[in-house]
Design a protein around this ligand. Structure first.
Ligand code: GAR
Length: 199
């Protein structure tokens, strides 16, 4: 069985969309894959409850408990790899995981680590993407699924979806419109990767 581990920091609506799709599309039989665990760096992340309610193993690796980024990432790697008998899951999926990862972590999961970012990369890497798109007068906004490299919000683009920016939009209304697209393209991208040989 190909194991997928999802990392979250908050609500986990993208994680929930992946879990829902995996169930609806019967990934276990069709792709020989399952969401093995959901891990959060924040003990209070709402997505932990959602995952537990769906019968998925959860864990917390609280970044505040570690003296350095390196120590946190080492503990996180250990927690992730514990969910695969072969010692490394097929895919590690960042879904609203709001931590910058060290080059060692990225190298450890090379080819198996993906992220979703709420902008049309390479535009607007980093934070506050929706407000920045509004400030620039963008007519389109959107979301990108990409492979993770050591450089923040860079890496091969795997999927994108665009939405219009509408008159009167605020960062919140735009974020909500983008999020509906996130929930469509992320499960699709994960399923596609699970069919590739590296997984
Ligand atoms: C999503 O919009 C995701 O694209 C974004 O955080 C939100 C998490 O929502 N990720 C980033 O900004 C990463 N740079 P969710 O917890 O409901 O999936």
């Amino acid at each position: 069985m190909k194991n997928v581990v999802i990392l979250i920091s908050g609500t986990g609506s993208n994680m929930a969309a992946i879990v829902r799709t995996a169930q609806q599309q019967n990934w276990a039989t069709r792709l020989g894959a399952r969401v093995a665990a959901v891990i959060s760096n924040r003990p209070g992340a709402g997505g932990l409850r959602t995952a537990a309610d769906a019968g998925i193993a959860t864990a917390v690796v609280d970044h505040k408990a570690y003296p350095s980024r390196e120590a946190f990432d080492a503990a996180l790697m250990q927690a992730i790899d514990a969910h695969d008998p072969a010692g490394q899951p097929a895919l590690v999926v960042l879904a609203g995981f709001m931590r910058i990862l060290t080059p060692d972590f990225v190298a450890h999961y090379e080819g198996r680590l993906i992220n979703i970012h709420p902008s049309l990369l390479p535009a607007f890497p980093g934070l506050h993407t929706h407000q920045r798109a509004l400030d620039e007068g963008c007519k389109l906004a959107g979301v990108t699924v990409h492979r993770v490299t050591a450089e923040l919000d860079h890496g091969q683009i795997l999927a994108q979806a665009a939405v219009p920016v509408l008159p009167g939009d605020t960062a919140d209304t735009l974020a909500a419109r983008v999020l509906t697209q996130e929930h469509l393209i992320y499960p699709r991208a994960v399923a596609q990767l699970l069919q590739e040989p590296i997984c």
